[in-house]
Design a protein around this ligand. Structure first.
Ligand code: B12
Ligand code: SF4
Ligand code: SF4
Length: 355
């Protein structure tokens, strides 16, 4: 016999900052939200939890006899990332992607799972998996509230957490919901560079930079300037969020050196090296050309317009056989020319870039 209180203690000792328990009932609101977004095209063709909404919102399917979900949040925000390295153009990596925070999360959930099995129960860990809507589970397990940014905010930590759960056949005491903490704030909606948060809690993925960086094909021209210096992921709706300001105490550190990627180096590196370095990221079809595509847009936005190394590299790519890269390199050259002439300052470089 193991209790919810014992499992929470195990999770907290393993590095989680919040652990809660909920039952295996269907997440009907999340299912309705997923269906509605699919109907309006806001899922932008993503699969993940959108592929089979019935599966991702029915925890009962996770195990033959699911009775409870023990849900955990691992913090990752860390401290100040500082400015971009001087002298060479760099792209910025969202904080959650600077390390394998999901591996750390799964290890902590693994401790909970081990305790459940030792007590004779079944268990299954699900984190960032197509089989469960993690935010809905976190909200119902009382870890935090659903913010207007769509992120779940944990009191005292804000949204700088990754979420996962252990499904089990153990009968455990459930937790209460946490009250909404957004109040009258709407900073995330106003700060989103592309207006992707189309209503409180509703992200139109077609306009979300985090998704555009992960999808195949050309990067949408109308959002290239807004991309600024972001090479992977986007943290704007969290950076402006008052309850999420600064890294919480005890957060798993973000390696500031992993937060910046040298763009010239990225363009010059062979495929296997790029995948070895960034293979944890979601790269469409695991094709490193998409990393280069993203780097070219960022290059146009952040490089010094007169940097001879940049201009030479871009010109070679613009004249090359790879149509996707040639088009993005040509765009970057035009963007640099506009910035040199002082006519392309509308979007400017991204946060922290070139400061
Ligand atoms: C697909 C996906 C994306 C897509 C779409 C995001 C989206 N909002 O739907 C893209 C690629 C854009 C994305 C981006 C990001 N993601 Co993501 N993503 C997912 C994934 C795989 C599924 C999300 C999902 O099911 N969406 C469907 C819709 C219906 O769900 P939702 O937006 O989460 O909806 C909830 C709220 O909006 C709320 N809600 C709905 N209506 C309303 C109305 C009101 C008024 C309010 C207040 C709330 C509210 O309730 C819904 C259900 O709980 C999950 C992992 C998983 N398996 O769950 C990670 C996940 C949601 N992502 C995560 C992260 C970290 C991010 C980024 C911060 C990464 C980054 N820095 O670039 C951004 C944040 C963008 C944002 N503001 O949402 C974390 C979120 C952690 C947290 N604290 O909330 C998750 C849970 C991964 C994990 N296991 O930790 N992501
Ligand atoms: S991740 Fe960036 S683009 Fe996406 S909703 Fe948040 S601020 Fe907007
Ligand atoms: S920025 Fe304000 S409205 Fe948006 S999630 Fe944070 S507290 Fe809520």
């Amino acid at each position: 016999m193991v209790t919810a209180a014992e499992l929470k203690r195990i999770g907290l000792d393993a590095g989680l900052v919040a652990v809660g328990v909920t039952g295996a009932e269907t997440f009907t609101q999340a299912r309705d939200a997923i269906e509605a977004r699919k109907a309006e095209g806001m899922h932008a063709g993503m699969s993940f939890t959108f592929k089979d909404p019935a599966r991702s919102t029915e925890p009962a399917r996770l195990l033959p006899d699911t009775r409870s979900l023990v849900v955990g949040a691992l913090p990752y925000a860390g401290g100040d990332l500082g400015a971009a390295p001087a002298g060479r153009p760099s792209g910025q990596v969202a904080r959650y992607a600077t390390d394998d925070h999901y591996a750390l999360l799964k290890a902590a959930l693994g401790e909970i799972s081990t305790a459940l099995r030792a007590a004779g129960h079944r268990s299954r860990i699900v984190a960032d998996d197509n089989a469960l809507v993690d935010r809905a589970a976190a909200v119902r397990a009382g870890l935090g509230w659903a913010g207007r940014s769509a992120n779940v905010l944990v009191p005292g930590h804000g949204s700088w957490v990754v979420l996962g759960a252990v499904a089990t056949d153990a009968e455990l005491d459930h937790d209460e919901l946490v009250a909404d903490g957004c109040g009258t704030c709407r900073r995330c909606l106003d700060a989103c560079p592309t207006g992707a948060i189309v209503a409180p809690g509703v992200v139109d993925a077609r306009r979300c930079l985090a998704w555009m960086l992960q999808v195949e094909g050309p990067f949408p021209v109308e959002h290239r300037e807004a991309l600024g210096g972001r090479l992977y992921g986007c943290d704007d709706c969290q950076e402006v969020c008052p309850p999420s300001r600064r890294g919480p105490e005890g957060a798993v550190g973000v390696d500031a050196t992993a937060a910046w990627v040298d763009l010239l180096d990225l363009l010059d590196s062979p495929d296997d090296e790029l995948l070895a370095r960034h293979g944890r990221w979601y790269v469409p079809r695991r094709d490193p050309r998409y990393l280069r595509r993203n780097a070219l847009v960022v290059m146009g936005n952040v490089a010094e317009p007169d940097d001879a190394r940049v201009l030479s590299r871009l010109t070679t790519l613009a004249e090359g056989d790879d149509e996707l890269l040639a088009e993005h390199a040509s765009w970057a050259l035009r963007r640099l020319a506009d910035r040199r002439a002082g006519t392309g300052a509308a979007a400017g470089p991204g946060p922290g870039v070139g400061e």
